[in-house]
Design a protein. Structure first.
Length: 329
């Protein structure tokens, strides 16, 4: 399988990425593309696994840019847009446009790829997982047609589609799994087994749920209310280190405070303040365990003025002291 990418942010000539059939490999391999230009910088990391390609992007851009992409391959993509916005506009106007806003995800099926990836001047962090119908056959075996009946019917139409019409907020447990995937520090063989197991579990969760229609009900939240909740989530992710009130968030959502709290809990299965606390604790844990910075630094970095108050909150959230992460290092 080959993908052709053309953009002035990449190379002077078209960049061609090649993959084995159905992404099948025996050993894990990694390659990193480093972008280092005046208006765009960052990394694009490809991790080749058996049956998947994991792509992790961390890009900062001061200008809007586009990438022309084409491929004859038919494949699925599980796309997590952690920060920024993703937009794919197919050249064929009968094909669906695919968009994902920050903090959301979706699964796309491409019968073939020919169109433009369009990006705004912003920071982007994404995790993308490419796989083919071969994965469905691998995990379902003889029960393929029964387990993934709806998916097979949609694939047989030979048309691109989105698994869900509207991209979904990334659930807290899935966000944790994404961090475990992106922060995996195991060596090659163990890393391959670990990542393949994590990704397989993620995909099965979403694909089986889609067959059972459990993701299609929007948890009784209207489309307009869901859009408001998405705006609030984007705002929180950008300002969670600050003091945020419900009254401050209500006009952003276009809802009254009562409806905002109710709708937010339906979408995220938690309250707004618990959501903010989770973001703070998860970032603090990463600062201490991955960046190897002090507890005080982590406390100030996530918005606590008093490190002791942070320590109490961390212990309540995780069940252990943040200082224990330092001893592990």
């Amino acid at each position: 399988m080959e993908f052709k990418l053309e953009s002035n942010i990449l190379e002077e000539k078209p960049l061609v990425k090649s993959f084995s059939k159905d992404f099948r490999v025996e050993t894990l391999s990694e390659e990193t593309l480093v972008l280092n230009k005046s208006d765009i910088s960052g990394t694009i990391n490809h991790i080749h696994l058996d049956g998947f390609c994991l792509i992790i992007k961390n890009i900062q851009s001061s200008v809007d840019h586009t990438i022309n992409i084409s491929s004859k391959a038919s494949l699925f993509k599980l796309h997590f847009e952690l920060e920024g916005d993703y937009s794919y506009a197919p050249e064929n106007i009968t094909e669906p446009k695919m968009t994902v806003s920050g903090g959301h995800f979706n699964i796309f099926y491409f019968s073939e790829i020919k169109g433009k990836l369009q990006y705004n001047n912003t920071s982007r962090k994404t995790v993308e997982i490419l796989f083919t119908e071969d994965f469905l056959e691998k995990v379902a075996g003889k029960d393929l047609d029964e387990t993934f009946k709806d998916l097979r019917e949609r694939i047989n139409k030979n048309q691109s589609f989105l698994l869900w019409e509207e991209s979904r907020p990334i659930p807290p447990d899935v966000q944790q799994t994404i961090r475990e995937i992106t922060n995996c520090h195991y060596c090659t063989h163990i890393k391959k087994i670990y990542l393949e197991a994590k990704i397989t579990a993620l995909l099965l969760n979403f694909l089986v749920d889609s067959e059972q229609k459990s993701f299609s009900e929007d948890k009784e939240v209207s489309k307009n209310d869901l859009l408001g909740i998405q705006k609030v989530e984007t705002y929180i992710r950008a300002h969670f280190k600050e003091s945020i009130s419900i009254a401050e968030l209500a006009p952003i959502a276009g809802l009254n405070t009562s409806k905002l709290k109710q709708s937010f809990k339906k979408v995220h299965s938690t309250t707004i303040f618990k959501f903010i606390t989770r973001l703070r604790m998860e970032m603090a844990k990463e600062i201490i365990s991955v960046e190897k910075r002090s507890v005080s630094e982590a406390a100030y970095e996530v918005g606590y003025k008093n490190p002791q108050h942070f320590t109490v909150a961390f212990k309540k959230y995780y069940g252990y002291l943040p200082s224990s992460l330092l001893s592990e290092n």
